[in-house]
Design a protein around this ligand. Structure first.
Ligand SMILES: [Cu+2]
Length: 218
């Protein structure tokens, strides 16, 4: 607000100086340009909010952070009493979002793997992340099903060493817009997701959790 007031005073002073000395055509043109600039600045300050241009459209400051996410990442840490860790990346492609998860310290076999509604991983057992992220209000299903939660990524399969890798392109997950997964949670479960039990897939307790954040696209 202080800067704005200072600017207005400066501009007003400048205008008075120009008005009192606009005797030639050249000076008049410069004055017109200055007044046009003044008008533009006023538009940018409408409603007391600093406005900026994004893709040719004016938008509030906050949209600079909301626009054009092309890659996201979640780092998974074990919940209380567990050891599983890993990293999941979500990368935008022409055919969907490419999901790659590298996980370790799991019991061999299948483990349910989902995006959950909340990025709150404060509870020791991971329950603060809420239920499956389901912005479209659909039933639980597998990752390749038409009817599924937005967060249904199915299962990861751990080998005898407890390592698991998931690599597929997801057609439901979004990195931008009102259904964006940014700020949501990722949960790795103790048991297999049966891909049909509603609404959880009966995947059991939560053994690792993480929060999805915006990643450097390069
Ligand atoms: Cu889950």
């Amino acid at each position: 607000m202080g800067n704005r007031m200072g600017y207005m005073v400066l501009l007003l002073t400048g205008s008075i100086v120009f008005l009192s000395s606009c005797s030639t055509v050249g000076m008049h043109e410069r004055h017109e340009k200055m007044m046009a600039h003044h008008k533009e600045m006023k538009m940018h300050h409408q409603d007391g909010k600093m406005m900026m241009k994004m893709d040719g459209k004016a938008c509030p400051d906050s949209c600079a952070m909301m626009s054009k996410v092309s890659k996201a990442v979640a780092v998974l840490a074990p919940t209380a009493g567990n050891a599983a860790t890993g990293i999941v990346t979500f990368t935008k492609t022409d055919s969907g979002v490419h999901v790659v998860a590298e996980l370790k310290n799991l019991a061999p076999g299948k483990h349910g793997f989902h995006i959950h509604e909340l990025g709150d991983i404060s509870a020791p057992d991971g329950t603060s992340a809420g239920g499956h992220f389901n912005p479209a209000g659909m039933s639980h299903g597998g990752p390749m099903a038409g009817e599924r939660h937005g967060g249904d990524m199915g299962n990861v399969v751990a080998d005898d060493n407890g390592s698991a890798r998931l690599d597929y392109v997801d057609s439901h997950i979004k990195l931008n817009g009102p259904e964006s997964i940014i700020g949501r949670g990722v949960i790795l479960h103790a048991d297999e997701d049966d891909l049909k039990t509603q609404p959880t897939g009966a995947a059991g307790s939560r053994i690792a959790s993480g929060v999805i954040g915006i990643a450097n696209p390069n």
